[in-house]
Design a protein around this ligand. Structure first.
Ligand code: GAR
Length: 207
């Protein structure tokens, strides 16, 4: 049998997407293995979750590195050490430079809490509410050199309700994030994704 795809998960905060990916792996819905969890924040809950689940987890604290490139070099080193096939950004709140993106070209995924290209960047849910959008959602995409601009793999829409706060909308979107992120990774590990320019073609053929 082929070796499972090895994921390197980068997370800065709560780690609920990390958790949902791990649950998909453990329930054998997602044929992959987590090689390492990397956080840029020493106090990230994602690191605690990883430790509870006995996964290799390390902190690469930006403050400990004189430059962005040296910081990214250390993350790349750790990912290579753990023989990562796919880099999964799960609430990783830093923009990665072209240097990092080129090191894993077309092998980095991100999840963003809006229907891109609407509302990129920070506070996407608040942006959607302020704008008066009636529908928002989440997007899984490959990472390119821009911010939240890479080819889109999967999206899921949710309604924005008149009484929504950023928190209530975020919770509705998060439920969908936990569905589509493991699904997008599954397509990747099953070799069903092909990038053609801006488009990601999903091979929906025989399972
Ligand atoms: C998620 O809503 C994710 O989409 C968002 O941060 C949250 C992380 O939650 N990511 C971004 O906004 C990236 N620009 P989690 O730590 O519980 O997975």
């Amino acid at each position: 049998m082929a070796e499972p795809t090895i994921l390197g998960i980068l997370a800065s905060g709560r780690g609920s997407n990390l958790q949902s990916i791990i649950e998909s792996i453990r329930s054998e819905k997602l044929p992959a293995r987590v090689g390492v969890v990397v956080s840029d924040k020493p106090d990230a809950n994602a690191l605690k979750r990883a430790a509870e689940l006995s996964l290799p987890a390390i902190c690469v604290d930006r403050k400990q590195y004189p430059s962005q490139q040296e910081f990214e070099q250390e993350i790349i080193k750790q990912l290579q050490l753990h023989q990562i096939d796919l880099v999964v950004l799960a609430g990783f709140m830093r923009i990665l430079s072209p240097f990092f993106v080129h090191a894993f070209a077309n092998r980095i995924m991100n999840i963003h809490p809006s229907l891109l290209p609407a509302f990129p960047g920070k506070n996407a849910q608040e942006q959607a509410i302020r704008y008066g959008a009636k529908i928002s959602g989440c997007t899984v995409h490959f990472v390119d050199e821009g911010m939240d601009s890479g080819p889109i793999i999967l999206q899921q829409a949710v309604p924005v309700l008149p009484e929504d706060t950023p928190e209530s909308l975020a919770a509705r979107i998060l439920e969908q994030e936990h569905q589509i992120y493991p699904q997008a990774i599954k397509f990747y590990v099953e070799n069903k994704l092909r990038i053609e320019g801006r488009k990601v073609i999903i091979d929906q053929g025989n399972d």
